[in-house]
Design a protein around this ligand. Structure first.
Ligand SMILES: Nc1nc2c(ncn2[C@@H]2O[C@H](COP(=O)(O)OP(=O)(O)O)[C@@H](O)[C@H]2O)c(=O)[nH]1
Ligand SMILES: [Mg+2]
Length: 157
C-alpha cells in the first residue's frame, strides 16, 4: 500500500502551499483567507524513487465557523489514515493554544509525526520553536512518557 502523509495545522499556516510544493501542483487553493480548504485534498509526491500520497486538510482550530466541525473531522480522518503526519506551525507567529491542542491531538495518534515550522522567511521571527520544544518536554514528562518516545515521534525541530 502507498505510504501517505497528512498535513495538519491551524488555518493559514501554509498547509496548501506545502501540499502544492510536495505534489508539484497547484491543486490546492492557497489564500490569505482562512477556511478555504474544506475537504481533504489528495495528490502524489515522489521522493528518492518512492511515491507518497499527500493529503492536504482544512485548518483545525477553536474558531467556530459553519463548517469547522466537519473540517476538523475530515482532518482527523486524514491523520488516522496516514503513515506520517506533518504538523505545520506558523513560525512567524507566536505559538497559540490551538497549535498546542493540535500538537496533543497529533501526538495521541501514536504514529510518526514531524513538526514543521513554516514561514521562517518572514523577518519578524517568533519564539514558536523554543516554546514548542519546551511544551513538548513538559507535556511528555507530565504524562509520564519516556524521553525516548520524544525523540522517536518528535523529530524535526
Ligand atoms: N511568507 C510566507 N508566506 C507563506 C508561506 N507559506 C504560505 N504562505 C502564505 O500564507 C497564506 C496561507 O497559505 P495557505 O497555504 O493557503 O495556508 P493553509 O490555510 O494552511 O492551507 C498564503 O497567503 C500563502 O501565500 C511561507 O513559507 N512564507
Ligand atoms: Mg488550505
Amino acid at each position: 500500500m502507498l505510504n501517505s502523509i497528512a498535513i495538519l495545522g491551524r488555518p493559514n499556516v501554509g498547509k496548501s502551499s506545502l501540499f502544492n510544493k510536495l505534489t508539484k501542483s497547484r491543486n490546492a487553493i492557497v489564500s490569505d483567507f482562512s477556511g478555504l480548504t474544506k475537504d481533504r485534498n489528495f495528490g502524489y509526491s515522489s521522493f528518492k524513487g518512492k511515491q507518497y500520497l499527500v493529503v492536504d486538510t482544512g485548518g483545525v482550530g477553536s474558531e467556530l465557523t459553519d463548517f469547522s466541525e466537519a473540517i476538523t473531522e475530515q482532518a482527523l480522518i486524514a491523520a488516522e489514515e496516514s503513515n506520517l503526519i506533518i504538523l505545520l506551525i506558523d513560525g512567524s507567529q507566536e505559538l497559540t493554544s490551538d497549535d498546542i491542542n493540535l500538537f496533543e491531538i497529533v501526538r495521541k495518534f501514536n504514529k510518526n509525526f514531524i513538526v514543521v515550522l513554516n514561514k521562517i522567511d518572514i523577518k519578524q521571527r517568533s519564539n514558536a520553536k523554543e516554546d514548542l520544544q519546551r511544551e513538548a518536554r513538559e507535556r511528555y514528562l507530565k504524562s509520564a512518557q519516556s524521553i525516548q518516545e520524544v525523540s522517536r515521534n518528535y523529530r524535526s525541530i
